[in-house]
Structures are given as C-alpha cells and as structure tokens.
Design a binder for this molecule. Sequence first.
Ligand code: MOS
Length: 698
Amino acid sequence: MSDAIATRPLGADVGRLDGPRKVTGAAIYAYEHPLTDPAYVFPLLSTAARGRVVGIDAAEAQRLPGVLAVLTHEPAPKLADTSNPELAVLQSPAIHFRGQIVGAVVAESLEIGAHAAALVCIEEQASEHDVVLRVDHPDVFKPDDDETDTAHGDAEAGLCPAATVDATYTTPHQHQGAMEPHTSVALWSDDTLRLYESTQSVHGVRETIAEVFGLRAEQVEVTAPFVGGGFGSKGEVHANTVLAVMAARAVPGRPVKLALTRRQVFTLGSHRTPTIQRVRLGADASGGLLAITHDVWAHTSRVQVYIDQIAAATRMMYAAPSIATTHRLAPLDVPFPSWMRAPSEAPGMYALECAIDELAVALRIDAIELRIHNDPPADPVSGKPWSSRNLVACLRQGAERFGWAGRDPAPRRRRDGRWLAGTGVAGSTYPVFHTPGSQARVEFRADGRYEVSIGAMDVGTGTWTSLAQVAAEALGVPLERVALQIGDTALPYSHVPGGSAGITSWGATLFGAARAFRDRHGDDPAPGDAVTAGAPDNPAEDAYAMHAFGAHFAEVRVDADTGEVRVPRMLGVFAIGRVVNPRTARSQLIGGMTFGLSMALHEEVVMDAALGAIVTTDLAGYHIAANADVGDIDAAWIDEIDPHVNAMGTKGIGELGIVGSAAAIANAVFHATGIRVRDLPITPDKLLRARVELSARA
Ligand code: MOS
C-alpha cells in the first residue's frame, strides 16, 4: 500500500472514536437516559403455551404502595393497528406462547413492580399445545413466497440413479443473546411520544410505533446513540416497546422505563427457528456436481408467518446444471421467530457445506479441490455475472496460511494422548444487500468541520468510527474534519441496516450526499452551507450477482473418552471488497467466527415439550462461546476490487464470519473422530452415543 492510500480515511486503521466514552461509562444506553421521576414497567407473562386468560385478580397488587397502574387486556388500551399479532399487546385474552405479555405493573420502582407482579393472580385456560418441529407435522405448509420453492433444471434426473450424498441436518432453536436486554424508555408530552430505545433502527421504531398507535410518524421521536448488541433481535419492533408506550400513557407526564429481564428476553426478544434440512448431491466420479437439492423445514408462530430463506445460498454457491430448493413451515405454539445472525445463510450453509464435505469423503477428493472444481463462472440460477467472486482465492490463500497441504483426508488418523485431532474447511458467502431510500445531510460549520447527519446507528460494531471514515472519504477531507451524527429520528431518514447492509447502504448515501454538497458548494464552502441528499440508483444492481465470499478453516481436538470438543485454531480468509477499517472489520469477522464456533458446539434453546416452555432462560443454560472456548482465531482478507457494488467498493461483513464456520468445525470433528454429527450443537453425548453405535457395529 502506498502512503497516499494509507493516509486516506477509507481503509485507515482507526481505533474506535467512541471508545473513551464507552470505557469511562459516558456512553449513554437506552435505560440510562437521565430523566426526572421515572416509573418502571414490569411485564406479566403467560404460563400456558396456548389458551386464554379467563380471570385476573389484581386487587392486592393495586393496594401495594408504589403501584401506579396494573395493565391487563381488560380494559385494554386500544391500538390502532392490530394486524401484527406480536405487537397486538393486551388486545385480547388469547395466549399464543408461554412467556407472552398478559399484563404489566407500572410502579415507582423496579422492585415494587416485580413484587406487585407476583401478587397479580392470572387464571389461564390452557388448550393443547405443540412446540416440536417435525417433518411430518400435520399442519406443515408451503409459505406464500416467490422464493419458497425453486427449481432450476431437472434435479431429480441429476440425482439419478442415486444421490452421492443424501443427508439430513438439524439446527436447534437459537437465541441472539445481545448483552444489553431489549429496553424502552417512553415519555409522552402532549401529542408527542419520545422513545429511548435499544434498537437496530430508529426510523423503523418510529414507523412501526406510529402505525400501531395511530400516530403520524413525526409524533414519534426515537433516540439510540449506543446499543449493546442486537444480532437481528432488535431489527424489528417487539412487544416490549408497545407495552412501554402503553404504560407511559397510563402515567401521564412521567417517563417509564422497561428493560426485559434476561429470562423475558428469551421469549419476547425473538429467536432463530430450528431447522431440519435434507441435502442431496449428485456428482460424477471426478466430483462435478450434477444436481443439488435442499429441502428445509422450519417453524413459525401459529398466528404469524415468518420465513428465513434458508436454502438461498444453495442456489448460488456451486455450479450444477440442476438446483432445486423447497421450504416448509410448521406452525407451532412458540414465541415469534425473527432475524438472527445471518438468518438464512448461517443454518443453510451449515448443511450445504457439511454435505460438500461428505461428498469429498465419498469421492476421495480433497475438500478444497472439490469446491474449486465446482466454482461457477456465473450465478448458476440467474446466469448473471458476478460483480466479483473470489471464493477460490480465499480457499487457496487460506489453505496456504492454515497449512492444509499434505492433510491425510482419512478420518481418525491423528491422536495425541487422549485427544483425537482433525481439521476441516468450509466455504462462506453472504449477499451484498443495499437498502435504497436513505438520506444524509452535510453541513459546513463555522468551526471548519463538516457535520454529517444520518439516521444510522451503531449496534456495537463500530459504526461511529467507520461511517465517519466513509464521510471523510466522500468529502475528501481528513477524518478530524467530520462531525458525525447518528442514532436519532431527528436526523435524515435511514433504513434498518439488517443483512450486513449498514456500511454499504449508509456509505452509498453519504457518498451521494457528499457529491451533491460538493456539486453545489465546491470544496471551499461557507459556514451554513448544507445539502440533504441520498444515493443515486446503482444500475449494476440488476446486472450483477453481488455476494461476499470466504473460506473457514478449523482445527479441533476431541477427547476420545469424554467427547469434549476443543477448537485450538480457526482461520477465515474473506473476499469483502474494500475494507473501511481493518481493525473493526477484523473484529466483526472473528466475532462472527466465534458465533460459528458457538453454533457448532454450544448454542441450543431447550424447550420442555410438555410445558411448551423454554428452560434455558439465562446465559448459563444457554451458553454462548466465551474467551475460554476460543483458541487462536484469526481473520484475513484478500485484495479485492469490486467496481460494481457501490461507490466505496465495499461488501457487508457483519454476518459473513458466521456463515460456514459451524460447518468447518463439524467437518473437522468428523476428520478427528470419523463420526458425522449432523445435529447441532455437537455435544459430548452425541459423540459418545455415536461411538458406542460404531463399536457395536464393528
Ligand atoms: Mo441482522 S440478523 O441482518 O439484523
């Protein structure tokens, strides 16, 4: 890299601009906004998984000093729009899952609220419930969605006479587990509602809450300068926000605070649906794929359809003359599923990349060479050219750095005392999403700095820093001359940054606004000069298939006696276009890989089928990989120039790290042990049971 490029804002290794505020506690999160005389909301949750509330006795709670109001469905504060059953809080006595909001106490303190909540008697009439996903569930249906079933070529013929791989993989109900719980602080003044919210989208909250309460959008002001993680769970509005707004109406003039407890987050904060995935691969003897089929079953709430396009990556990952995918949903009495950490690709690519590994084993072809052999020159289904596709470079560079050469593909060959050792590889991909319609404002100030405003937000990934770098680049000024404003609906409209589209969408918007500003005011503006603008359309978006890629490598050690799996080494090599900030980029990628490790070995929401209850409702029972679980982990990227994606040449990176990483570990576990666990997470009991079965057969 030349010095001239290194000193440009885009690509500079800049530490977090908000770091000092965060480590000194000066960064204000939703619950902490200093407000006079707040009241506290404590939700009451259903204990039946399905049924109705038939009686409520709140008399004792209401007599408790410090209790300001008890909210229940009778009388319920009427909502203007009840079309989304998740947000139709207290609008009927119906219970759709265990842990649903059936009431709330508003009190002078959180402690009084919690105590009073325990004094409210709620009588429920339970109906028969079902929370177990299965392929032969009688209510399984084909969702009404264009992408549900796709067929390219004649897949069944390609699988003839027999599929080389025909395997079924399952992933469990998972939970996003953000550190900061879902939190809303609500305050009505006259006709205006102010919300301090832990959200991934201030404008999304404004729009949804305005609809639900029958307000004009401008009547809802939302502020979220700092957010302690979301992982999709805060991308859409959930019931807690509606309840907080209702509660604020019940105590006029006072702000109310509602932070879900960890237990409550597990049912009200959404989750990733469990999946059952059958993958069939037909191939010729040299490993050329002839057909790929991917059939997916997932669950949804009985009262609302939610779909993750779990087979989406299967339709573009490898070249095959025929590719067919199907998707079915089982309506169950479960909490509402939503987005979580690469909602579609993370579970889908776990299955596909394990199946590819099984094919490599079956055909005795190196797992990397098999992938390279099937790398498609253009999008196999649409036929569109790639804006850039560098999976092969990622695989080759990763193999070199990881030390793949000379790997004995036969399983269970390396033993070190009681430890069985193995290595695995998997591919990764994630679409380059761009949500159009955002706006940004650029104003030149008297202090010589450019104030750049956009209703973007920082969920903890480093947006305060990376977006300021993009703005400086777009304006052609050093980073110090940019004053970035984000995290408030008072700023120009911005879409939710889901799908790793934050920097690509906001950045393109900032480039559009900067260009408009420079066209109007030149590079020597006067104080007060300002322009609000968005990004021009990108005609390449329809012409090219745009995706990021990567290759994951993992080394595992499995205790031959206990089945404990350790991961001493993980390496990811990615093709992500231009890198805005190598420090925050690496941090995001290894964070995603850690989530992949977590998905492979740890994360599982356990449901008690008899009660319809989630029993893992804390971060001890629901373990997310911690420092002690992670060994030597590293992420690198190749030099990639993509001239088509956007003005910066960037691809999203937030979710890419997780996609495929669980498969790399599962493939390494097979290599170490000879045992193929197709049911995540890979826990010791599954390895031990398989070992017993293996030795019984031997
Ligand atoms: Mo993210 S799971 O796309 O909000």
